[in-house]
Each structure stands twice: as C-alpha cells, then as structure tokens.
Write a protein that binds this ligand. Sequence first.
Ligand SMILES: Nc1ncnc2c1ncn2[C@@H]1O[C@H](COP(=O)(O)OP(=O)(O)OP(=O)(O)O)[C@@H](O)[C@H]1O
Length: 453
Amino acid sequence: MYEKDPVKIFVVEDDPAYTKFLKYVLGLNPDYEVEYYTTGKDCLANLYKNPAIITLDYSLPDMPGEKVLGQIRGHDPNINVIIVSAQEKIHTAVELLKSGAYDYISKDHETKERLLNSINNARNKTSLIKEIDHLKKEISEKYEFEKSIVGTSPAIRRTFALLEKAVQTNISVSISGETGTGKELVAKAIHYNSKRKSKPFVAVNIAAIPRELIESELFGHEKGAFTGAVTRRIGKFEEAEGGSIFLDEIGEMDLNLQAKLLRVLQEREVTRIGGNQVIKLDVRIIAATHKDLAEEVKGGRFREDLYYRLLGLPIVLPPLRERGNDVLLVAKHFLDQFATENQMRKFKITPEAQEKLMQYPFPGNIRELKSIIELSAVMAEDQEIRPQDISFNSTARMESFLYQEMTMQEFMYRIIRHFLNKYDNNVLEVAKKLDIGKSSLYRYLKEMEEAGI
Ligand SMILES: Nc1ncnc2c1ncn2[C@@H]1O[C@H](COP(=O)(O)OP(=O)(O)OP(=O)(O)O)[C@@H](O)[C@H]1O
C-alpha cells in the first residue's frame, strides 16, 4: 500500500551534465517526483516540501556537503540522504555515513545502477518504517482500555482505575486471576497505553518452556555456552529493551531460577549464559499467575524477596462469574466480532439464552465464554441465539465454589458477594433474589466488611 505512493526526491547537483544524466535516469520511473536544485541553500529552503530522498552532490559551490547533510538531518532525520561524490574517498565516505548519510556513491560508470538501487532500497526502508508506524498505531488503538477490555461491573471498573495508575509510571505490575480472566490482555493494555508502546512487548510463558531451557530463553547465551548452543542467542529480557516483558505463570518458576531472576531485577542488568559482558536493562516487568503467590511463599515454593520485588502494583482480576452483567456484554462483544470476521449480520441473544448464560459459572472464564459464544453462533439457525444453541463444556454449575472448604457462614457471605456483584450492588434486588429481609442483608454486609470479605 505504501510502495504505490509517489516518492519525492530532491536532486542537489551543480554539474549541468550530471543533472541532465540524472533527469534522464530518474525520469524513467513515473513513481518518482523529482525536484532539482543547484545549491545547498536552495535545497534547505525547500525541505518543507518533505522529500523522502535527497541525492546530494558532495562538493556544492555554496556549502560543504557535510554541512548540508547536518542541516537536513536536523530538519528531519528520516530523510534518506544519498551522497554523490566525484572522488572516492573512503575516509570521507565513512565519516558521512557515520553522520547519518544513507549511502555514498562515487561518480563513475556504475553510478546509474548504484544510484537506482540505493533509491529503491531507501524507498523500501521508508515504506517499511511507515508500515511499522501504522501497525503500531493500530495496535495501540486495539489495546485502548475500554475498547479491548469489555465490562462495566464494579470489579472491572476498579481494574480500569488501577490500569490508569499503572500506565503513568514504570512500576512493576503483578496480575493474578483464574485462567482465562484476561491477564495477558491486561498486560498488553498496560504496555500499549504506556510511554513504552513503541518498544517491544515480549511475552514469556514460564510454564510452557522446558525447565532446562528457561534460563537461556530469558537471559540468552553465547555461542558454545553449552552443548547445543551453536549460535549466540539474545534473551527475552534483551529483546524487550525499552519495552515491557510479560512473565506469565511466574509461580511455575523453580527456586534456582527465581534466585537468578531476582538478581537481574535488582541489578537491572543481564549477562548471557557463557558470556561476561554485562548488559544494562531498561525493561518494565509485568508478571502474572493464577496461583496465590502469598500461599506459595508460605509453602516455601516461592522466594519471599522475589515476591516483594515483583508485587509492585497488584491487580487482581475477578473471575467472570463475579462480574455480573459483564457476561452478557462480553458475549455480545464476541458475537459482533464473530459476525464481522465472517461477514455475517449481527446476532442477538434471546432473554432465555441470556438467562442460561448468567446461570453458568464459567470455570474457564472469558476464554471459555468466547468459545461457547462462537459455537452458539455457528449452531444458531438465524441471527438469534437461543438456549438450545448454547452448550457448556463443563457440567459445573454454581456449585463450583463448593469445592472449597469453608464454614456455613463463609459460604453465605460468598453467596451474598456473588449476588451483589451480579446485581451491581443493588441491595434491594439482592435481598429479593435471596428472599431475605433488607435489614438482615445490611447486617450481613456489616459483618462482611468487618471480616474483610
Ligand atoms: N474483559 C474482556 N473483554 C474482552 N475480551 C477479553 C476480556 N478479558 C479477556 N478477554 C479475551 O479472552 C481471552 C483470554 O484472555 P487472556 O489470554 O488474556 O487470559 P489469561 O488470564 O492470560 O489466561 P491464562 O491464565 O490461561 O493465560 C483472550 O482472547 C482475551 O482477548
């Protein structure tokens, strides 16, 4: 798409014969919009026209080539300046390239090919840069909080408030929540809404990498560091330089590696395995786990010092069953997405089907909801999703929390909390649903508050 755009080229050349030659060569390509100047001053005065490429004669009558180059770079470092010179002086060429010239070409019988090649390469580079900028913009729009993280429940609103805080600083963030609650989505949203958004977001799933490979995956290795290390490998931390690293399933890391990670986080530097060069790091850490890390610390499976290092700003993502009406909002979001992807008309969910969705506890959370919804859209006879189109993967119903061991009173508090979330903290509605008196409910709420539930 970008390569079709015409390229604006300035030719700055005081030799009339050479200008004639360039006019002929460049005139052959209809995609080139060329303007000719004979002095450095003229060229500089017209930079406002935003040329993509400038071919610059090194010895102009009014200004030395390096000075013109310096001013062009000062105006816009993205302009590709190709220096064309009558003599081939390696030293000058190297100096000019160091000062940011894109290429250095001497005037000889091969000039035509080399110049066209260089212009072509510069053009490809420019279109790649434009395309990358465009994709980056698209990604950050995709991860705007309220566009990507669907929901209006009090629980998710609290999460948004924390995200707003997280993006303003470089503080480490630890995200916990059951599987499929959106931990990776939240991590990406933090990165792509922060100042680091134009730098890499690198995700590493600790549980998915064989134990013996994690260290080299994270910190890299030098060639020959161990059997099988046939080439040097850059680690994920280095890859994320300037950006963010997302350490998913951090609770799965073994104690030995935890010690090494702690050192990296404390020193803010890595050394590749088998190497001795210390590499400074500027990387934001976002860690996630579905485990209760505090419990892991108590059980001696997770280092306490590392736990505190990683904790930073903790974000707890509630399970979908505690997000009330969000179930329906997210379901609708996935349905719209499905319709767009498959060029279909939009779907509706009948009230009975909505009721069915609201009754299910979604042990696999939003990921499970997504697959259930997509299947229901496939099964539906028309653009209405009815109860018979929805099939749940698990036979679990609300009793999922019964697997936990609690006292009767704690169960009751959990049930109340669940309904409060479901009905947006509407006490009257909850009292009605649970068929208890309003004042009893207020009394329980007070007890719950005192007990921190
Ligand atoms: N609030 C939300 N709104 C819309 N989509 C969401 C929301 N939360 C999660 N998703 C989507 O649900 C899917 C699962 O989310 P994600 O992979 O971030 O979960 P996770 O907690 O990292 O899972 P796991 O613990 O299994 O790694 C993704 O497709 C994600 O885009």
